[in-house]
Design a protein around this ligand. Structure first.
Ligand SMILES: Cc1cc2nc3c(=O)[nH]c(=O)nc-3n(C[C@H](O)[C@H](O)[C@H](O)COP(=O)(O)OP(=O)(O)OC[C@H]3O[C@@H](n4cnc5c(N)ncnc54)[C@H](O)[C@@H]3O)c2cc1C
Length: 337
C-alpha cells in the first residue's frame, strides 16, 4: 500500500495529514489503498501557542480524537533518521526501532527553543517551548507558595521580550497572585535589545508598553544574562537579581537533528516536502502555509513532483495544500508572505 508519511503532529504536520485525508476522500480513493501515517514523539497535538497560559487543561489534544475518525494512522515514536535513497524513515517507539517506508514524506518536525550556553540555564531555567515545559513551569509557580518567603521566591525574570516573552510576562502577575497567599509578586522582562518587542514593530510598542505598565511589569532592556542559579540571575552588568524562576523565551531554531539532513537535502527534492507554517491567528486557527521543496526552492505547480506510482499524482498541485478550508491559503507557487 502506498504511504504518505508525515513527521510531526504540530500545526504543520497535523494540517498536512488532515489535508491529505480530505484530498484522498475528494478523489474517491478508498482508505485501504493509501495509508496516511503521522509520527510524533508525543501522542498528542500540542497547541504550542498557548503553552504560557495558566490553565493548560485543553492544550494537548489526543491524536486519536482528531485522526481516528478520518482514518489517519498515528504512531508515537522518536524520528531518528531518514534514508532518502531507500525512501524510509527510522523511528524508535514502543515496538522498538523500526523502518517506515514512504511514497511521499512531509517533514514537519518544527522548531525548538535555542538554549545558549549560559551557565545554569539548562539546570535552572524554565520555558514554554513545549506542552511539558509549560506544565512544568505552572507546577513550579504553583509550588512557590509552599517555600519560605523571600524576595527570590516572589520574583520572576522572563528573558526575551519578543512575542512569547511578552505573553509569559503578562500572564505571570495573575499566576503569582494565585500562588502567593500574601501579596503580589514581581515580574521583570529582560531583553538585550533597547526596546521591547524589537521584531514586532513600532506601531505595536505603545500598546505593549501600556500593558506592561498597567500590570506592574518591570523591564531591563539592553541587558544580557551571565549566569543563572537556583536563587538568582546575574546580568552582564554585574547586577544580581534574586529569583527562583527564570523563564527563557529566546529565539527558536530548527529542530537540531534536521540540520545535517537539510544540508544534503538536494537529492531529496523529488519526494520531500517541508511545510512552513505561520500561525496568523490561533483563535480562529488560521494558518499561512508555504510549501518548500527540500532544495529550498519554492514549489510551483509546474515543478511539483508527480509520482507515477501514487494515486495523488491525479492532482499533484493541490494534494499538498492542507489549509484550504480554514484560511486564505496560498496555492502551490506562492511564498505565502
Ligand atoms: C508560547 C508560544 C507562543 C506562540 N505564539 C505564536 C503566535 O501567536 N503566532 C504564531 O504564528 N506563532 C506562534 N508561536 C510559534 C508557533 O507555535 C510555531 O511556529 C508552530 O508551532 C510551528 O508549527 P510546526 O508544526 O511547524 O512545528 P511544531 O509545533 O514545533 O511541531 C513539531 C512537532 O514535531 C515533533 N517532533 C520534533 N522532533 C521530533 C522527533 N525527532 N521525533 C518525533 N517527533 C518530533 C514535536 O513533538 C512536535 O509535535 C508560538 C510559540 C510558542 C512556544
Amino acid at each position: 500500500m502506498a504511504r504518505i508519511l508525515v513527521l510531526g503532529s504540530g500545526f504543520a504536520g497535523l494540517w498536512a495529514a488532515v489535508g491529505a485525508a480530505r484530498k484522498l476522500a475528494e478523489l474517491g480513493i478508498p482508505r485501504g489503498q493509501t495509508d496516511i501515517l503521522i509520527v510524533d514523539r508525543n501522542p498528542y497535538h500540542g497547541i504550542r501557542v498557548r503553552n504560557y497560559e495558566p490553565d493548560l487543561g485543553n492544550v494537548a489534544i489526543a491524536l486519536p480524537e482528531v485522526l481516528d475518525p478520518i482514518g489517519v494512522k498515528h504512531l508515537t515514536a522518536e524520528v531518528e533518521a531518514i534514508d532518502v535513497a531507500k525512501q524510509h524513515v527510522i523511528v524508535a517507539g514502543p515496538r522498538g526501532r523500526e523502518s517506515l517506508a514512504y511514497e511521499r514524506l512531509v517533514l514537519a518536525l518544527g522548531s525548538q527553543l535555542v538554549r545558549p550556553p549560559v551557565p545554569g540555564l539548562a539546570a535552572y531555567g524554565f520555558d514554554v517551548d513545549t506542552y511539558a515545559a509549560g506544565v512544568r513551569l505552572n507546577a513550579h509557580i504553583a509550588s512557590l507558595g509552599t517555600r519560605p518567603a523571600s524576595q527570590g521566591r516572589s520574583t520572576v525574570v522572563v528573558v526575551g521580550a519578543g512575542f512569547t516573552g511578552i505573553e509569559v510576562a503578562t500572564e505571570m502577575p495573575e499566576k503569582l497572585r494565585h500562588a502567593l497567599a500574601n501579596g503580589a509578586g514581581r515580574v521583570i522582562l529582560l531583553d538585550p535589545n533597547p526596546v521591547v518587542g524589537a521584531t514586532i514593530g513600532d506601531h505595536a510598542r505603545p500598546v505593549i508598553c501600556d500593558a506592561l505598565i498597567s500590570l506592574g511589569i518591570e523591564t531591563r532592556l539592553g541587558a544580557k544574562v551571565s549566569a543563572i542559579d537556583a536563587s538568582a540571575i546575574t546580568l552582564a552588568s554585574g547586577e544580581i537579581v534574586p529569583t527562583q524562576t527564570v523563564v527563557w523565551c529566546g529565539a527558536c531554531g530548527q529542530a537540531r537533528w534536521r540540520q545535517p539532513c537539510l544540508a544534503r537535502a538536494t537529492p531529496w527534492a523529488a519526494s520531500l516536502w517541508i511545510p512552513s507554517c505561520e500561525l496568523t491567528d490561533w483563535r480562529t486557527f488560521s494558518l499561512r502555509a508555504t510549501w518548500l521543496r527540500a532544495s529550498s526552492m519554492v514549489c510551483t505547480p509546474q515543478s511539483c513532483h508527480v509520482s507515477s506510482r501514487g494515486p495523488w499524482a491525479v492532482s499533484p498541485a493541490t494534494m499538498w495544500l492542507p489549509t484550504c478550508s480554514v484560511s486564505p491559503c496560498f496555492p502551490c507557487g506562492s511564498t505565502g508572505t
